[in-house]
Design a protein around this ligand. Structure first.
Ligand SMILES: [Zn+2]
Ligand SMILES: [Zn+2]
Length: 255
């Protein structure tokens, strides 16, 4: 189905993965929009819900948990200005080697409305190895050993925590897609079709589609104008054989 047809037939109701200026290190800002700008973009595009999900503290651009009251205040201001949009404070936690497998402890889950989780090139030895293996020719033995470790870490993070969305699985780290899909099925975790990253791709989405999982389309917007982007991801999902009723934030327009 072509993009124009997709925009006519389907609309996105909520975007549960967007970044704001609160993802930053020193003067280097990761997300370009203020919270109110992301919410304004969601309102103008007719979304009912939007979440601010900056990176967890282990990330290079990770947010400091001390920022949460400021972010909550920004959200309250945005809700006042755009009362029709439900706004959530989430986080995109990093999958790391901690007791619960994330850079957000179980106690700190209560600071957020929900927690998403994914792999990023955080400055630790494991992810530096993944970065090298992803970018340069890599002996198959090393690749397979990383795939096994990465998969185990995802399964641990999913089973130890109540994660809402597994963000861009397969991006930045090799994984066993079947094993991850099964873990998403068992833990009721949404599989993300991400508008910004190359994974999961069509072939990988076909594997997820073979399990009893639901999907979510996320813009992963790092600037307000990208909030609510969904058409290409919807096209990808359809081409992977995913039916619209399995995507939790897509509505058919009836056209
Ligand atoms: Zn991410
Ligand atoms: Zn993200």
């Amino acid at each position: 189905m072509d993009i124009e047809k997709i925009k006519e037939k389907f609309k996105i109701t909520g975007d549960f993965h967007t970044h704001s200026v609160h993802s930053k290190v020193g003067p280097y800002i990761h997300g370009k929009g203020k919270i109110i700008e992301n919410v304004a973009a969601a309102a103008f595009k007719g979304l009912k819900e939007v979440a601010i999900t900056d990176h967890g503290p282990a990330d290079f651009y990770g947010l400091s948990l001390k920022k949460i009251p400021e972010m909550r205040a920004d959200i309250a201001e945005a809700i006042k200005a755009f009362p029709r949009v439900k706004v959530y404070l989430g986080v995109e936690a990093d999958i790391v080697d901690t007791p619960n497998g994330l850079d957000i402890s179980k106690e700190d889950f209560a600071l957020f409305d929900f927690v998403n989780a994914g792999y990023h090139y955080v400055p630790n030895c494991h992810m530096i190895k993944n970065w090298l293996a992803f970018r340069f020719p890599c002996p198959s033995g090393i690749k397979e050993s990383l795939r096994k470790q990465n998969t185990e870490r995802i399964i641990k993070a999913l089973t130890c925590n109540d994660i809402r969305i597994l963000t861009h699985p397969g991006d930045k780290a090799y994984i066993d897609t079947h094993a991850v899909a099964k873990a998403c099925e068992e833990t009721n975790t949404l599989v993300e079709v991400n508008a910004r990253h190359r994974h999961p791709n069509c072939e990988e989405l076909r594997i997820y589609a073979g399990y009893d999982v639901k999907f979510v389309i996320s813009s992963d917007a790092h600037s307000p104008e990208k909030v609510g982007r969904y058409a290409k991801s919807m096209q990808l999902a359809l081409s992977a054989g995913i039916t619209p009723d399995r995507i939790v934030n897509i509505e058919e327009t009836g056209k």
